[in-house]
Each structure stands twice: as C-alpha cells, then as structure tokens.
Ligand binder design. Structure first.
Ligand code: FAD
Length: 388
C-alpha cells in the first residue's frame, strides 16, 4: 500500500464520478506543477502568487460550482474535490478560490442584476478580475449583525462609511462585495477598486495564512451609483448564505491539508530510525498514525456525504456547521500530531506540516469560529439559542 493510498484507507474516492475524479486529478497535477515547488518560499516571504490567478481561471476552478457567465457548472462534489486538492498544497490557495467563487462571485450570481452579472462574472471566472467579501469589522466578528458600516441614500446615490477587517484578497480585489447597514436592513454593495474614498491596507505580521493577502478596507464617504447595490437580498440572510457556500468548500479543503500532514508523518515515520529501528515500528507512533488515519478518513466521508446532500439540494446550514466544526478541528489535531511525529524536523519549513498547522489556526476562526458552530449545533439540538 502506497502512502498516497493510505490517505484514503476507506477508498472514499471510489464514490466519485468520472468528472469529479478528473477534476481531482487535474487540480492535483496543477498544484504539483505550479504551487508545490514554490509554496515554501511564498510562505516565508509572506506573498500570494498573484500571477497564478489567470492560471486558476484557465483551470476552471473560479466560481466552478456556478452556472452561466463563464462558470464551469460543476457539481458540489466536484467543487469539493477541487478545494481538497488546492488545500492539500496550502490553505491560502484554497482561501483565494473560496473567496473568489463563493464569497464574491456567488452573491453577484445569486443576488445581482443581469447587468452586474455581465459586468463582473466572466472576468472573475477567467481570473482577470479578483473579488473580496467584506463582512467582518474591527468591532464586529462572530456577531456580524452588530456591524457599523453604513450606506445612506443621497439623492439617487449611495454613500458608504465604515471599516472592514481581516478581508481575504482585499488588497488585490478589483471589486469588493461590502455588506452595510441601510434603513431597510443589511445590503450588499459592489465597490470597484479605485472608487474615491475606498482604500485598502494589507495586514502584515501574520503567523498563519502567510501566502494569502488579508487586508483592511476603509470606506470614507464612498459615493456609489444606485445600481451598485445587489438588488436580490436584504438582511443578514445575504451574507450568511454566502458563508454557507464557502464553509462547504472548507469542509473539503481541510481534508486536503490533513492528508498532506498525515502522509508526511507516515513516510517520515517509516524512514526515521531511533533505537535501531524505524519510529513507525513503535506502538505509540502507530497509535498516532492510526488515530490520524481514522479521523482523516471520517472527515473525507463526511465531506463526501455533505457534497451529496448539496447536490441533492438538501444540505442545511446546521449540517454545514457540523462539517466545518468536525473537519477543521480534526484537521488541526492531525497537523499537530503529525508535527510531533517529525520531532524537530516538524518545526522546519522543509516539511509542510507546521505551515498547514499554522494555516488551520485561521481556518478554525474564520467563516464562523469553532465555538460559534458548536452553538449553532447546540441550538439545533436543544431549540435554545445560546448566542443571541
Ligand atoms: P470574536 O468574534 O471577537 O471572537 C473571539 C473569541 O470569542 C472566539 O474564540 C469566539 O469563538 C469567541 N466567541 C465570540 N462570541 C461567542 C459566544 N457567543 N459564545 C462563545 N464564544 C464566543 N472576514 C470577512 O468578512 N471576510 C474575509 O475574507 C475574511 N478573511 C479572513 C482571513 C483570515 C486569515 C482571518 C484570520 C479572518 C478572516 N475574516 C474574514 C474574519 C473572520 O471571519 C473573523 O475573524 C471571525 O468571524 C471571528 O471574529 P473575530 O476575529 O472578531 O473574533
């Protein structure tokens, strides 16, 4: 049994259709050629490879689960395996694709006017235009309904004021989907780069997601025309529905990160010798490897099950919380355990394990923290809301 097969001990991928299998293989090959040889350097220098964006467009993964306007129209499982293979390389790469497809293109596709779709979606699918999603603010994170960013009418125009924080792709984005409070409730606005009063500042000194751009958005009397608002949704339902799309990608993506950590630990344990034999021969190491493999395969099964529910149009937000809670938590545990198997080498960037572990700390927090998803499930089970 090869280490690659050991990562899929239950043969979960047997359930993939031909097209989904092709997507997985194509993305895996792309990542092997374009990302793996460079990722360590990008991570250490703290840069996102902007030049890769048109390549991702050609690969067909940007907004791939959407239909029309240049999008690939893949199944949910197809989108999932793409996220998995991207995050097997680095969570920052999957974050770029999640934000572009699920958080920026999805709201335009779902709630935008025909004109807005025509203007933005084909270029975003091709990787010629980048989008970002501004919901979180300096004082509004887990409780996004407490946002302060506002949009008021001035004649036919809208005028936006506020700040958004921790925004993936913010400094790269040609268009920001900004959620703001209006007299009618929260609404989404398309803010093109270069609009007077709209500036971005990249956040540095990150110990996690270093190969990803994370920025602050500043909106200072930003005047937008009437048609900058997304006409199709009012209220928190808008941003929350986008987050459900992106969380689905995370449920799959982290399986890739965990698989890389597990495979690295397994192959290391087979060759590293102490006390005259491979450390894989020690029972305590075997227990770690088995626990990692069991959780990895369970996470893969869960991702697949949720993918099938999504393709059947039956996936609920609580089930997505279930997947995000379990799979991120277990991926992080796998990464940390893999780190111990590698001993001192585990802290070196020569191996991918600590990079994944550090990235997964962000994944544990963004798109709803572990605690918030626990409370969502607590509410689903008890009918009692612990967080409002
Ligand atoms: P807080 O909400 O202040 O939470 C702090 C701690 O308190 C957490 O452990 C939390 O679980 C806990 N807590 C809060 N409320 C409760 C409660 N009721 N019960 C129990 N515990 C609670 N946001 C965007 O809008 N767009 C993006 O593109 C984006 N990208 C990101 C990229 C990165 C790398 C990171 C790190 C964050 C990103 N975020 C983005 C922001 C992210 O969504 C928020 O960080 C997240 O929602 C948590 O908010 P917070 O950091 O303000 O933490």
């Amino acid at each position: 049994r090869t280490t690659a097969r050991a990562g899929d001990l239950l043969d979960v991928d047997r359930a993939l259709g031909d097209e989904e299998r092709l997507i997985a293989e194509t993305v895996r090959r792309f990542v092997g050629e374009h990302v793996l040889p460079e990722i360590e350097g990008w991570y250490e220098r703290g840069v996102f490879p902007r030049e890769l964006v048109p390549e991702l467009g050609r690969l067909g993964v940007l907004g791939m689960h959407l239909t029309g306007h240049g999008c690939a129209g893949a199944s949910a499982v197809g989108y999932g395996v793409a996220c998995r293979e991207l995050e097997a390389a680095d969570s920052g790469l999957r974050s770029f694709v999640s934000v572009q497809g699920s958080l920026a293109m999805f709201p335009i596709w779902r709630y935008g006017s025909e004109e807005q779709k025509r203007r933005w979606l084909p270029g975003m699918a091709a990787g010629e235009l980048v989008g970002c999603f501004g919901l979180t603010e300096p004082d509004s994170g887990s409780d996004p309904a407490s946002m302060r960013t506002s949009a008021r009418r001035d004649g036919r125009d809208w005028v936006l004021n506020g700040r958004k924080m921790w925004i993936t792709n913010g400094g790269l984005a040609d268009v920001a989907v900004v959620w703001a409070r209006t007299d009618d409730g929260v609404r989404g606005f398309l803010v093109p780069r270069g609009t007077p009063g709209f500036t971005t500042r990249d956040i540095h000194r990150k110990m996690s997601m270093r190969a990803s751009v994370t920025s602050e958005l500043v909106l200072d009397d930003v005047r937008l025309p009437e048609d900058a608002v997304l006409p199709g949704v009012v209220g928190m339902r808008g941003p929350l529905s986008c987050l459900d799309e992106a969380r689905f990608g995370i449920v799959w993506g982290v399986v890739g990160a965990a698989r890389t950590c597990f495979e690295t630990a397994l192959s290391y344990a087979r060759t590293r010798e102490q006390f005259g034999r491979p450390i894989a021969g020690f029972q305590l190491t075997q227990q770690k490897l088995v626990d990692m493999a069991v959780e990895l395969n369970k996470a893969a099964l869960l991702a697949h099950h949720l993918g099938q529910l999504k393709d059947a149009g039956a996936l609920t937000p609580e089930q997505i919380s279930f997947g995000k809670l379990n799979n991120v938590r277990e991926a992080l545990r796998i990464a940390r355990t893999a780190r111990t198997v590698l001993g001192a080498n585990g802290i070196s960037s020569e191996y991918p394990v600590m990079r994944h572990a550090n990235n997964l700390e962000s994944v544990l927090t963004y798109e709803g923290t572990n605690e918030v998803h626990t409370l969502v499930l607590g509410h689903a089970l008890t009918g009692l809301r612990a967080f409002q």
